[in-house]
Design a protein around this ligand. Structure first.
Ligand SMILES: Cc1cc2nc3c(=O)[nH]c(=O)nc-3n(C[C@H](O)[C@H](O)[C@H](O)COP(=O)(O)OP(=O)(O)OC[C@H]3O[C@@H](n4cnc5c(N)ncnc54)[C@H](O)[C@@H]3O)c2cc1C
Ligand SMILES: NC(=O)c1ccc[n+]([C@@H]2O[C@H](COP(=O)([O-])OP(=O)(O)OC[C@H]3O[C@@H](n4cnc5c(N)ncnc54)[C@H](O)[C@@H]3O)[C@@H](O)[C@H]2O)c1
Length: 472
């Protein structure tokens, strides 16, 4: 058995673990990184990157058959589903060197390619190596939750871990789960020529503002995605290349089945109890400082930290942890300024509180301002007018922003900055943006906050009248 002593031992080489490893080693700490699967984790191999690459293929196919309104004749795209998957894997391969063992070893990180597990409160074993560290970071991510639906184990089904390897084009893809994974994959497959049915137990895109989610869902339905809401998958059966999902609202039969019903944190291989590390089904039990409540040597980052599950959150956790682990400074995570986006077309993005949450928290002190993409000149020019932005404002400062529309994932950035830095609406309103850009929707939403204060204000009118009388 080999023995290593180090400053920081990170378990999991995905979005969170790699960011911490790169930061810590370059600032002078001794770092061991333990990764049992593929470097880069879910985001690179089975999540963000392949899904966005497939969405790009789908967007191209859609553009070809929707050019007529722009004066370019519609043409039926010839989709080569397997070639689209080649594109997906080429994109992964292009990014992979950034996350590779070679790159991290080159930075000075000792990488152990095995699954790790705690053997005591101060030691982790990976393969035939035992690592003792001053600090451990558990960054083991999450995997697809596969619920025990009767019959599921008797049929072939896909999850985010193998759908990107499927090369045979589904004739009819049934997706159970209408969250971000389900809806992104639904539209991508529909646009690539598959029939698609989404079976959702409650409301599709249910974590977002319902008014904005409806804009996205309407568009998906217009494109031909069959979205069946308030319908729980109760039983599954299959025969001869078909799979049937039985629900109280009827049976749905397709050629392929994708399970997208949520995530399960990767803790089962860790032997957390041996490490004295409190945990539940959401992950490690940590405080705002991301430190285990029961073993002070141990921190969590990313999906396994029990909160929002996004790559940029894992990256943000890395910053919080580096501050406290490397410099011993107090460091806590915030969650009020974390944005997210779902990359359907139109996109759906959120930061801070939704309208309902803002009203729950602030009551009638909340003012919600709105602006429709239909009044944005660039959106009109590009025929991308389906969209709405809402900004929730308390005492002149945004507390939340919700956007459905073209490039919503890009547009949410300015509100994430405003909320993170506690900026006022005037900071956005005073910013001059190039015309014509979609980002002017942000400025117009900020303008909508000031419109009644400036244009419908009798005091302003009176003052202007007086000044005009006195000006030479
Ligand atoms: C289909 C899909 C699309 C997504 N799209 C987006 C998106 O567009 N934007 C976004 O922000 N987020 C997206 N996400 C979420 C994002 O992928 C995750 O939030 C992110 O990968 C979490 O990072 P992490 O470091 O916590 O875990 P991961 O990146 O999953 O890394 C965890 C690593 O730990 C390893 N591991 C597990 N157990 C052990 C062990 N015992 N020992 C050693 N290693 C271990 C795993 O092999 C894995 O490599 C998507 C997810 C999915 C599934
Ligand atoms: N663009 C992005 O940033 C992006 C994209 C994909 C995934 N992600 C991350 O991955 C996470 C997981 O995504 P997800 O879509 O798997 O999970 P989710 O939890 O967001 O959605 C799962 C959906 O499945 C439904 N469901 C559960 N059991 C069901 C059943 N038996 N029958 C019918 N419906 C059922 C739930 O009601 C829910 O709406 C996201 O929350 C997000 O953190 C992010």
């Amino acid at each position: 058995m080999n023995r290593i002593k180090t400053d920081i031992c990170i378990i999991g080489g995905g979005s969170g673990g790699l960011s911490i490893a790169a930061g810590a080693v370059q600032m002078g700490a001794k770092v061991v990184l333990i990764e049992g699967g593929k470097m880069g984790g879910d985001c690179l191999n089975y999540g963000c990157v392949p899904s966005k690459a497939l969405i790009a293929s789908a967007k191209q196919a859609h553009a070809m058959s929707h050019g007529a309104s722009l004066g370019v004749a519609d043409t039926a795209p010839v989709v080569d589903y397997a070639a689209a998957k080649d594109h997906v894997h080429d994109v992964i391969a292009t990014i992979a060197p950034n996350d590779s063992v070679e790159r991290f070893a080159g930075l000075g990180v000792q990488v152990i390619e095995h699954y790790g597990r705690f053997i005591s409160e101060t030691e982790v074993q990976a393969g035939d190596t035992i690592v003792t560290a001053r600090r451990f970071v558990v960054a083991t991510g999450s995997g697809p939750l596969v619920p025990p639906i009767p019959g599921l184990d008797a049929v072939t089904y896909y999850t985010n871990e193998n759908i990107f390897d499927l090369r045979e084009q589904p004739k009819h893809l049934i997706i159970i789960g209408g969250g971000p994974i389900g809806m992104e994959m639904a539209q991508a497959h529909r646009r690539l020529g598959c029939a698609v049915t989404v079976i959702e137990g409650a409301k599709a895109l249910g974590k977002d503002d319902p008014e904005l989610a409806a804009i996205v869902l309407d568009n998906l339905r217009t494109e031909g995605v069959n979205i069946v809401e308030n319908t729980q998958a109760e039983k599954i059966s299959g025969a001869d290349g078909t799979v049937t999902v039985h629900t109280p609202n009827g049976d749905f039969t397709g050629s392929h089945l994708l399970m997208a019903v949520g995530r399960k944190v990767n803790t089962e291989k860790l032997d957390l109890d041996k490490g004295g590390i409190a945990h539940d089904r959401r992950g490690l039990k940590v405080g705002d400082n991301l430190r285990s409540i029961s073993n002070k040597r141990v921190y969590a980052a990313g999906d396994v930290a029990g909160g929002l599950q996004f790559t940029h959150v894992a990256g943000y956790h890395a910053g919080v942890l580096i501050r406290s682990m490397l410099f011993g400074l107090p460091s806590k995570q915030r969650t009020d300024h974390i944005p997210w986006a779902t990359y359907t077309d139109p996109e759906l993005a959120q930061v801070g509180l939704t309208q309902v949450q803002a009203i729950e928290k602030y009551g009638d002190r909340v003012e919600t301002v709105r602006f429709e993409f239909a009044h944005n000149d660039r959106a009109i020019a590009e025929r991308k007018t389906k969209g709405l932005i809402k900004v929730m404002v308390v005492k002149g400062r945004p507390v939340g922003a919700s956007i459905a529309g073209h490039q919503a994932g890009e547009l949410i950035g300015i509100w994430a900055m405003a909320i993170a830095n506690k900026m006022k609406m005037s900071a956005v309103a005073n910013t001059v943006l190039p015309y014509p850009t979609i980002s002017e929707v942000n400025k117009r939403a900020a303008g909508a906050y000031f419109t009644p204060r400036l244009f419908e204000n009798p005091t302003v009118k009176r003052v202007v009248g007086l000044v005009q009388r006195w000006l030479p």
